[in-house]
Design a protein around this ligand. Structure first.
Ligand code: FAD
Length: 281
């Protein structure tokens, strides 16, 4: 087993839909809901996007048949955004329609900043047609305050994250303390005015502040949810659920696990040191 696949095992449910459903069921048994993501991004071949759509349609059926409490998450570049915006939108629409027929919900992940305008634009357009969609925004981007205001006004559910891509200083906060400060400010804005916002972080200071703020402002626990990634802060996930908070875990699966795993590795100094040590041992 390579050192990378060792890490992938921690962060990814497995290669198949069955693995993802199994993991979602296990989370459900702990009072935690899921959002399942079929791994893949930056697809350059239109016929490959047909496969992605098929996979998501089958995934929605499997979630329904298994009776698991799980939404789905997807990336527009997995659906062809690098080929054309129209193709990606058409593919997303097929998935959203199916999700709607099964009373399910589709969350658009946010990718690197080259895709932010198209992702926000697509979500705004699709939201006029379908009620069951939401999108992620990243607190490291300077533009996110504007996006948060816009999405709040449109009643679109936002998942707030810090951001996982490398971005230039012209458009993004460079210092972690600034990213965290912006997260806190956007989080409070969303808690006050957003449509069932998702506070997606493993940062315990921010999670504690969200709980304190919601309590101070009398925001009920069912008006927002905490989200975390599979394999990270498992004890905290269970504790929050036990304390009556809504908790949803992002469950990625599929063969294309490398880019996702590399992003997770880069988030923690200890992970990188572990990899370097094992490569040079
Ligand atoms: C549900 C969910 C969906 C997401 N969707 C997107 C998205 O659409 N677009 C996007 O750009 N990003 C997304 N992310 C990733 C996000 O942007 C961050 O990169 C990631 O969550 C780490 O930041 P943090 O908020 O946990 O804070 P940090 O300050 O980075 O971490 C806080 C603490 O969490 C723990 N931790 C964090 N990361 C790891 C790790 N990889 N391994 C082990 N421990 C870790 C550590 O203890 C760390 O001290 C998502 C995250 C979540 C939880």
């Amino acid at each position: 087993m390579s050192i990378l696949s060792f890490f992938a095992r921690r962060y990814i449910a497995g290669e198949t839909r069955k693995d993802a459903i199994f993991t979602a069921k296990r989370l459900n048994s702990q009072g935690i809901s899921a959002t399942i993501d079929n791994l893949g991004e930056n697809v350059k071949d239109a016929s490959e996007t047909d496969e992605t759509v098929k996979e998501y349609l089958s995934l929605l059926d499997d979630i329904d048949e298994a009776g698991v409490n799980s939404t789905i998450s997807l990336k527009l570049t997995h659906l062809g955004l690098d080929i054309s915006g129209e193709l990606a939108r058409k593919n997303a629409e097929a998935i959203i329609k199916k999700a709607l027929s099964l009373k399910n919900f589709v969350r658009f992940d946010m990718e690197g900043s080259a895709y932010t305008p198209d992702t926000i634009d697509t979500v705004l357009k699709l939201n006029r047609l379908y009620p069951n969609i939401g999108v992620a925004i990243q607190s490291y981007l300077l533009r996110s305050e504007k996006d948060a205001n816009l999405l709040i006004n449109e009643g679109i559910s936002v998942r707030l994250v810090k951001g996982a891509y490398r971005e230039p200083p012209e458009i993004a906060f460079e210092k972690k303390s600034d990213v965290d400060r912006n997260y806190e400010s956007l989080m409070k804005k969303l808690l006050l005015g957003g449509t069932r916002p998702a506070i997606a972080t493993h940062d315990e200071k921010l999670i504690n502040e969200a709980m304190r703020f919601a309590n101070e402002k009398n925001i009920p626990k069912d008006r927002f949810e905490f989200q975390m990634l599979l394999g990270i802060k498992r004890t905290l996930q269970r504790k929050l659920a036990h304390d009556g908070y809504a908790v949803r875990v992002y469950v990625p699966y599929g063969k294309n696990w490398l880019p996702y795993t590399m992003r997770r590795l880069g988030e923690r100094k200890e992970n990188l040191l572990f990899v370097v040590k094992n490569i040079f041992d």
